[in-house]
Design a protein around this ligand. Structure first.
Ligand SMILES: NC(=O)C1=CN([C@@H]2O[C@H](COP(=O)(O)OP(=O)(O)OC[C@H]3O[C@@H](n4cnc5c(N)ncnc54)[C@H](OP(=O)(O)O)[C@@H]3O)[C@@H](O)[C@H]2O)C=CC1
Ligand SMILES: Nc1c(N[C@@H]2O[C@H](COP(=O)(O)O)[C@@H](O)[C@H]2O)[nH]c(=O)[nH]c1=O
Length: 368
């Protein structure tokens, strides 16, 4: 079905909220008069700032447009609750908007349908549906958190053409090109948080921040470190204004206070094997409003995440290089074999500089 032009414009605006609106969804709004002229438009701003509908109403007011009787095209059900901002449905009704066309109902079970009900009660006509699939694709993390109580997990891997992600001795070396690494930073920037394992920190001392592309905010850093071995001097602590959470398996470690003094939050979630309980960690991150979780980890943590069925999407960069048998480390530790392998669907495949970028998603049946 062809989308109405204003809804297409609203979806384009929603894209601009990527990396900005966390933990709020990426939403766009276009207000159109009876003659089809655009009266105001906007998208979700930073958390605590205006939602898309308010930004569009403000835009219309700034241009001196009268929106009474106009139609608001918005990519998600207008909110009905007092959160960091006031309810958008009340603002639309108070401004005299005559009709709201929304892509879909809010996936938050606590508020779903309430915005529409309030608009109806205020005499505003409602249409729901155009752009629903596009809104879900744009907001996998928000929908995942609301519907499954955990983030959308996207694991990035940078590998040689034969799938090796590090040298045998674990030495850090760039495998992929500078354009591919810059592209990887853009994916970091859209995530609420970046996750890594202690093995990667001890080997590479990575920063795992966004430096190669502009960023409205730095994603949080999440570290899986069973025994709290991360050195206090690790570079991941040096990024300014970034929240660092460390999941461990030792509730009473003497290192906790030292790491907390560096500003890190330390959370003990042990599993039966004395490592971090990864499913419980994802549920905890969901409660802490993490929408998209960008994983850059080594073969051990990647392997555990795959074996537990916790990865929703793969972002794989392949460099035109071959390391061959006996050289280089595979992207994953042992997996259960071809019969039990998780089913994946390829999505977009693009060339980034000299490398390839492949996006693959776990099929819905294989997502947790
Ligand atoms: N090319 C690429 O895309 C990337 C490559 N790398 C490379 O990977 C290498 C490091 O790999 P690796 O040592 O596997 O590091 P990881 O980042 O996978 O960290 C692994 C550690 O996480 C801890 N852990 C805690 N709970 C769990 C759990 N439930 N499941 C699995 N692990 C858990 C374990 O520590 P403990 O035993 O203490 O419990 C384990 O040793 C480096 O050489 C690095 O350069 C890393 C990232 C990306
Ligand atoms: N080797 C490799 C990558 N490795 C990943 O990048 C991390 C370093 O991040 P930073 O310290 O922020 O620059 C490193 O620890 C590992 O997770 N990434 C890539 O895009 N291409 C590559 O060839």
């Amino acid at each position: 079905m062809d989308l109405p032009t204003p809804m297409r414009q609203a979806l384009d605006l929603a894209q601009r909220a990527i990396g900005l609106s966390e933990p709020n969804p990426r939403v766009g709004c276009v207000i159109v008069g009876a003659d089809g002229a655009v009266l105001g438009q906007g998208h979700t701003q930073h958390a605590g700032g205006p939602h898309a509908e308010i930004a569009a109403l403000q835009d219309a007011a700034a241009a001196g447009h009268d929106v009474r009787g106009a139609t608001a095209f918005v990519t998600l059900e207008p909110c009905s609750h007092h959160g960091r901002t006031g309810p958008c449905c009340d603002a639309l009704a108070a401004a005299g908007i005559g009709r709201v066309v929304a892509s879909c109902t809010d996936p938050n079970p606590l508020v779903a349908g309430k915005g529409f009900a309030r608009l109806c009660a205020a005499g505003v006509a409602i249409d729901v549906g155009p752009g629903e699939a596009e809104t879900q694709v744009l907001n996998p993390g928000f929908f995942s958190r609301m519907q499954r109580g955990r983030p959308w997990v996207r694991a990035k891997i940078a590998a040689s053409l034969d799938g090796k992600t590090a040298l045998d001795d674990g030495r850090s070396q760039w495998i992929t090109s500078e354009p591919a690494r810059r592209d990887g930073h853009a994916w970091r920037a859209r995530a609420t948080a970046v996750l890594t394992g202690i093995g990667t920190v001890l080997q590479d001392d990575p920063r795992l921040d966004v430096r190669l592309v502009p960023a409205a905010r730095q994603p949080d850093l999440v570290l899986v470190d069973s025994r709290l071995e991360v050195p206090s001097t690790a570079r991941l602590f040096s990024a300014a204004q970034r929240r660092v959470r460390i999941y461990c398996a030792v509730p009473d470690s003497p290192r906790r206070a030292e790491l907390e003094a560096l500003g890190a939050e330390v959370i003990a979630l042990p599993n039966a094997g004395g490592k971090v309980d990864l499913a419980a960690m994802l549920a905890d991150l969901g409660r802490r409003e993490v929408n998209e979780l960008h994983v850059e980890a080594g073969f051990k943590l990647n392997g555990s995440l795959v074996r537990e069925g916790l990865v929703d999407e793969w972002l794989v960069y392949l460099a035109p290089k071959l390391l061959g048998q006996g050289q280089g480390i595979a992207a994953f530790g042992p997996l259960p074999g071809l019969e039990a392998a998780p089913a994946l669907d390829f999505g977009a495949i693009e060339r980034i500089g000299p490398d390839l970028r492949i996006v693959a998603r776990a099929t819905p049946a294989d997502r947790g």
